[in-house]
Design a protein around this ligand. Structure first.
Ligand code: 5GP
Ligand code: ZN
Length: 112
């Protein structure tokens, strides 16, 4: 499959890893929008939140469980934002489920 984040998981494209376990990888976003901007992804390919179902919820839950660990490792004791973009209108540019963790400053825009 021609998927950028699957290639990062496979080590075919380098990344700056901040957390890894059997199911989850977290790495620095190449184009950060905040002092801390990390992407947390499942190692297996899932297109987006729109494709979460009973068959993949176990691995998705492991991604969610990793988020506070990643935040702690990044020093985000004062809070942070978790974003996942879905599809065209959601502005998703990489079609492999990922959760953005943003922090390290008081974040400016609040849409929800
Ligand atoms: P999306 O727009 O799909 O929600 O988020 C995709 C994110 O992936 C963007 O923030 C973008 O900067 C990041 N990104 C795109 N290509 C690469 C890459 O090759 N390496 C890393 N570390 N991040 C990437
Ligand atoms: Zn993928």
């Amino acid at each position: 499959m021609d998927c950028l984040f699957c290639k990062i998981v496979a080590g075919e494209i380098p990344s700056t890893k901040v957390y890894e376990d059997d199911n989850v990888l977290a790495f620095k976003d190449i184009n950060p929008n905040a002092p801390v901007h990390v992407l947390v992804i499942p190692k297996t390919h899932i297109d987006s939140v729109d494709c979460v179902d009973a068959n993949n919820i176990d691995v998705v839950s492991k991604v969610i469980v990793a988020i506070p660990t990643v935040a702690k490792e990044c020093g985000l004791a004062n809070g942070y934002r978790v974003i996942t973009n879905v599809g065209e209108d959601g502005g998703q540019s990489v079609k492999h489920l990922h959760f953005h963790i943003l922090g390290g400053e008081k974040l400016p825009v609040k849409l929800a």
